[in-house]
Design a binder for this molecule. Sequence first.
Ligand code: IMP
Ligand code: MG
Length: 200
Amino acid sequence: MAANREADQSKRRLEVGVERVLIDEVALRARLVEMGTAISAEYVGKDLLLVAVLKGSVLFLADLMRQISIPHEIDFMATSSYGAGATSSGVVRILKDLNKPIEGRHVLIVEDIIDSGNTLAYLMGLLAARNPTSLQIVTLLDKPDRREVDIHVAWTGFSIPNEFVIGYGLDYNERYRNLPYIGVLKPEIYAQSDAGSPVG
Ligand code: IMP
Ligand code: MG
């Protein structure tokens, strides 16, 4: 049908700029089943709150929570790092805070990717000061080579090399979030822009 063909073509257009698929849908799904099972076991009988960091982690959250078999709630935070440049500075601005207090609750931060670690180090400090009973991190992706601050990550989906990735929630200039897989962005895409190396 014409409409289907159009949809296919627009999908293909979006994929312009993707150098290669790093983690496909099948691998993502298999890993999320494992992570959901592990998290369910860890928090059984506990008051679990998943705190997702907008916007990159929304697809991960949506799929992960369907693999968590125990009752839980979700909430969202939005942050932006101050300053231009290739890496996040560690000075983080809160664009949206949690809707409810977290004192006495078991909080699990759901992140898309840990790069320098600055964003999460800041968030951990902020949330720890609100006295949750426990505070841990689950991240879909980790770029360990880029770490600047030491943070403990309880669950990591995939450790990846130091390349700029997009898809499955992750963006470059707000685009590519809808790709169903994690792909590597062609370096010439961000080399063209004035900003230099991308900051997600
Ligand atoms: P950090 O504070 O350096 O750990 O920055 C983490 C944030 O940078 C992530 O939450 C992403 O929003 C963004 N980021 C880092 N690396 C990538 C990437 O390869 N693709 C897309 N976004 C990224
Ligand atoms: Mg993020």
